[in-house]
Ligand binder design. Structure first.
Ligand code: ADP
Ligand code: MG
Length: 386
């Protein structure tokens, strides 16, 4: 039994009677396809081996009492009472999912939930989606309701929009709910169909390096980037009425109409349109076993996020540059929304130690601290534990 599993079980038993059921939902890292999800495009994330764990049991009333062991806080909300925005902000993710599910027509039972997580908060590994998917799955399951992973993911996304104020795309919740072990998920964010793509990484590893810089999506430009993309679409539609989202624009189409867009909007669009193409190319390369090509696409993605989309930061750039100089590192890029958070590195197995030592030394020298390190395989999506 994992430590976190026994931790939530023990904490539950010390507060409540009865035997809880246990649920787990992972965080994620995105291999490639950044800021494409809210543009109806393609993403290629995988679930990491870090997760939110929930011990849960139903109540007779319509109240949810949720304890975060990490924060040492307990919050109660009554689903029959109106939404009260004065409760601690972390509980909005939980209450938001519950309320969105109920607004979608289901009736949940009240529940006692005790949770903990080893996904770092605000590091771009989606602790928020893992929290939403773990608690949403718990609430549906305790209520005896069927769980549709895509609908649960959509409820998590809506909760972030309406209760947290982050206009996130669907990627984080989708992969947390529906990932397959040993695979990345190619998600078509328009049709909401996903294709598992095998990650044949017997001789390679995925290394996540955490810059330790905390982003806050809502306040740090994420929503502004979304608006830039929407502005690009609006201007392109004046001449290309069939365009519904940047997903419908090829790099050639964009360059043909470049003069219609303000320079800043053009660069934003260039990133999104190029990133969709890179993501599909990376899937092809993975299927063909061409990991060097995947790595090159990752480097290109980083440059585009840094220069055109401007969502990187000096710390992330330093981690990518340090990785680039290590033989055996095939690719590196910032991952997640940006403005801090992590890089993801595709590395030959024998180069993992050198990568970690070299980047740590370089980062320490430049920024006075060591990056966090996570070597991860692709894990499975949200599930109840036996
Ligand atoms: P990310 O999803 O990249 O980690 P976000 O800013 O989207 O970053 O979400 C982080 C927030 O999610 C935290 O600040 C906290 O409010 C909430 N959160 C995540 N996990 C937990 C947890 N185990 N307990 C309480 N709050 C959590
Ligand atoms: Mg998040």
């Amino acid at each position: 039994m994992s430590t976190l599993e026994s931790r939530v079980r023990d904490a539950f038993r010390s507060s409540y009677r009865g035997t809880p059921r246990l649920f787990r939902a992972p965080g994620r890292v995105n291999l490639i396809g950044e800021h494409t999800d809210y543009n109806d495009g393609f993403v290629l994330p995988l679930a990491i081996e870090r997760a939110t764990w929930v011990a849960a049991a139903p109540r007779a009333d319509h109240v949810v009492e949720v304890t975060s062991l990490g924060l040492g806080q307990t919050v109660r909300f009554d689903l029959d009472a109106p939404w009260d925005s004065s409760r601690p902000s972390w509980s909005r993710y939980v209450e938001g999912v519950a309320r969105v599910l109920e607004a979608g027509g289901v009736r949940l039972r009240g529940a006692n939930l005790v949770l903990t997580s080893d996904v770092p908060y605000g590091a771009g590994l989606s602790s928020s989606a893992s929290l939403e998917m773990a608690t949403g799955l718990a609430l549906l399951s305790l209520s005896g309701l069927p769980v549709d992973g895509v609908r649960l993911a959509l409820a998590g996304q809506r909760a972030e929009h309406d209760y947290v104020g982050t206009r996130c795309g669907i990627m984080d919740q989708y992969v947390s709910a529906l990932a397959r072990e040993g695979h990345a998920l190619l998600i078509d964010c328009r049709s909401l169909e996903a294709t598992p793509v095998p990650l044949a990484l017997d001789r390679h590893a995925l290394v996540v390096l955490d810059s330790g810089v905390k982003h806050t999506h809502a306040s740090s430009g994420y929503n502004a980037r979304r608006s830039d993309s929407e502005r690009g679409v609006a201007l392109l539609r004046e001449v290309l009425p069939e365009v519904r989202a940047l997903r419908d624009v090829t790099p050639d189409m964009l360059e043909a109409h470049a003069s219609r867009l303000p320079e800043l909007v053009l660069r934003r669009c260039r990133h999104v349109v190029g990133e969709d193409a890179r993501t599909l190319a990376a899937v092809e390369a993975l299927r063909a076993g061409e990991l060097e090509r995947v790595g090159r696409l990752m480097y290109e993605s980083h440059v585009s996020l840094r220069d055109d989309y401007e969502v990187s930061c000096p710390e992330l750039d330093a981690l990518v540059e340090a990785a680039r100089s290590v033989p055996g590192v095939l690719g590196a890029r910032m991952t997640g929304g940006g403005f801090g958070g992590c890089t993801v590195n595709l590395v030959a197995q024998e180069a993992v130690d050198t990568l970690i030592a070299h980047t740590a030394e370089h980062y320490q020298r430049t920024f006075g601290r060591a990056p966090g390190v996570l070597v991860t395989r692709a894990s499975a999506g949200a599930a109840e534990l036996p």
